[in-house]
Structures are given as structure tokens and as C-alpha cells.
Design a protein around this ligand. Sequence first.
Ligand SMILES: Nc1ncnc2c1ncn2[C@@H]1O[C@H](COP(=O)(O)OP(=O)(O)OP(=O)(O)O)[C@@H](O)[C@H]1O
Ligand SMILES: [Mg+2]
Length: 352
Amino acid sequence: MLFQPRTDHIGLDISDHSLKAVQFIKTLNGRLKLVGLSAQYLADGIIKDGTIKNTVAFTKAVSQLLLKPTWGKFTTNLIVASLPESRTFIKMITVPSSNQDIAQAVKWEAQHHIPLPLEDTYWDWQTIKSTPNFDNSRQPILLAAAPKDIVESYNQALNQTHLTAIAMEIEAQAIVRSLIPINQVNQTEATMIIDIGGDHTSLIMFSFDTIQFTVSLPISGRAITQTVADTIKLDATQAELAKIKYGLDPSAQHGAIYKILQNMTNELVHRLQESLVFYQEHFPNNPPATSIILCGGAANLKKIDQLLAAEMKIPVRLGNPWCNVSANVNPRPEADALSYTTAIGLALRDLI
Ligand SMILES: Nc1ncnc2c1ncn2[C@@H]1O[C@H](COP(=O)(O)OP(=O)(O)OP(=O)(O)O)[C@@H](O)[C@H]1O
Ligand SMILES: [Mg+2]
């Protein structure tokens, strides 16, 4: 059809130390075809805790990322970018169903939940369909907010690179889109998704086909490498190699790395258990968490899935960020799929 609007865009995952981009196009028979995939390392100080600190270096890195893809070729300048999990807010809340002015009721509730003055944020909400065992007197609402300064700084920086941001998304929304198979609404089970990245780790509690809340967790790929480096006096490169080679395998090198990281993994487990209790207490009508899905580059840490499964007593698996993309359309690039989870989800927005 001649006038069919273009729906393809580049999903751009902006992190403190990396940029990742993915683009699909929809073929005439409605299938998704990967056309480009790319990653670029960002040196210290370009982005800090989600804020662009060096716009010149940032725009240069974005240009490199898109002009020299790791795989394929990008064919658009339209962007859907991620907003940093640590600076954004997404949560399921409820307002009284009897309230005539739902917008006003949500605004009143939002002020109590969003940890910034509302006028300093772009915030949005949508009603969520109530489920059979849900308290009828309350209307579920998914509430999301992002600081205005971050959204505007990303927008301006992308414009300088002649890119147009058609949307910015909270990372959890993109992660869920790539990891949860579409058309598989599960009313009886909840999933905990854990994105273990280079700088940040976050938990997404997902049930009734919706994000319920997200939590930041105290572990990261960098912190793991740093702990290994500090404890056995290795430089950063050697520590990174040791981390990748031995991971949390208790039988490798007599469990040397496993033991070094034990405080960190104990703390992670403790915070996951706390989050689970929070979920049970604050979402009593929701189904129990029966699975954990891991994503993010540091989810490749050897045996982390087994360790978490044993401690949490919930089955754990590595996510498949390609699960909503037809397998036989084209070959998958040899890239670490788990670290592209967010970028793939952003690229899939409005395509699935
Ligand atoms: N095989 C592996 N074993 C252990 N860690 C790994 C492995 N491969 C990659 N990592 C780690 O994954 C991390 C990068 O993950 P990812 O690409 O998801 O981070 P990011 O998206 O840039 O950061 P963030 O999401 O925290 O902002 C690095 O710390 C890297 O050391
Ligand atoms: Mg990430």
C-alpha cells in the first residue's frame, strides 16, 4: 500500500557505558526482518547515571553506532530511545472505581507515588483491565514518569545527530516486549524479570500481562569485575576475563571467584526475597511468582541461574529476546542477545 505509514524505526538503548541499536522492518507478509544491529562502548564521563554529561562525545558515538553497524545496515533516522531505569518510575496503582473524574484521581495518587514534583516530570498513565479476583471498588492504573531534563537532553542530543526521537520508553516496557511471548497472557502466574547490566540491575515484577513495579538491585557487571579485581589484585582486564571464565561456578578454581562474590550474591538474593514479600503484601490479588527470567549481559555469568534458582526456590531461565521475532526470516547475528534485550524491545515497539 502506497500510503501505509512507516512503522520501522531504530531502537536505541542508551546506557552509562554503552549504546545499542536494533532495527527491524515488516515484510509484505507481515513478518519482521532484522536489518541492523550495533553496539558501541561509551567511555567514562559521557553519560553518568542516565544524564548526558558530554554531548559532543555522545553524538559522535551515536553517529559511529549507526554508520558502522556491527551487523546489517540501518535505513531510517527515526528513533525509539530508552530512558534509564534508575531515573524513571513505573508502577501499578489503583484509584477508586466510583470516582467520576478518573484523571483527577490519578493525578492526586500520582503525587504520592512519583518521587519527583509532577511538574518536573513527563508522566502518563493508562487504565488496566481489571481481573476476575480483583477488588471491584478499585480501578488498576499503570503509572509512568520520567524527569523532564533527561527526556529533553536526549531529544536535543539526538536532533544534533539528525535523528528524530519518535518515542522514549521506560526500559522495563521494552524489556517486557522482547522477553514475554505475545498472546500468552497468564492469569495464574507472575514472572520476575531481572536485567543484570554493566552498571545497573533492575527487577521487573510482571503479572496479569502488565508491569506491576520495578526495583533497583545492588549488583552490576562492573561491580562484580571491580570486586574480583580488588580482592585478588588483578587489573580490570584480567578481572573481567576471570569473571567471564569462572563466573559463579563453585567447582571452578576451587570456587575462588564464587567465594569472592558471595557477599554480593547474598545481598542480591536478600533484596529479591524482600521484593517478593513486598509483592505478596501489596498485591494480594495477584498470582504468585512462579518463574524468574534473567537478561542483560551479566546474566551470562556462569551458574547465576542455578544459584538464584536454589536460593529463591523458583525456576530461573535465561531470557530469549528474539522470542517475538519469527525465527526463519533471516539468520541471527552472532551477538550476545541478552545484552540487546532492551534495544530489541525498543525496536519492536508498534511492530508486534
Ligand atoms: N559471559 C559473561 N559473563 C559474565 N558477565 C558478562 C558476560 N558477558 C558480558 N558480561 C557483562 O555484562 C555487562 C554488560 O551488560 P549489558 O550490555 O546488559 O549492560 P548495559 O546495558 O551497557 O548497562 P546497564 O543496563 O547497566 O546500563 C558487563 O559488565 C559485562 O562484563
Ligand atoms: Mg542495559
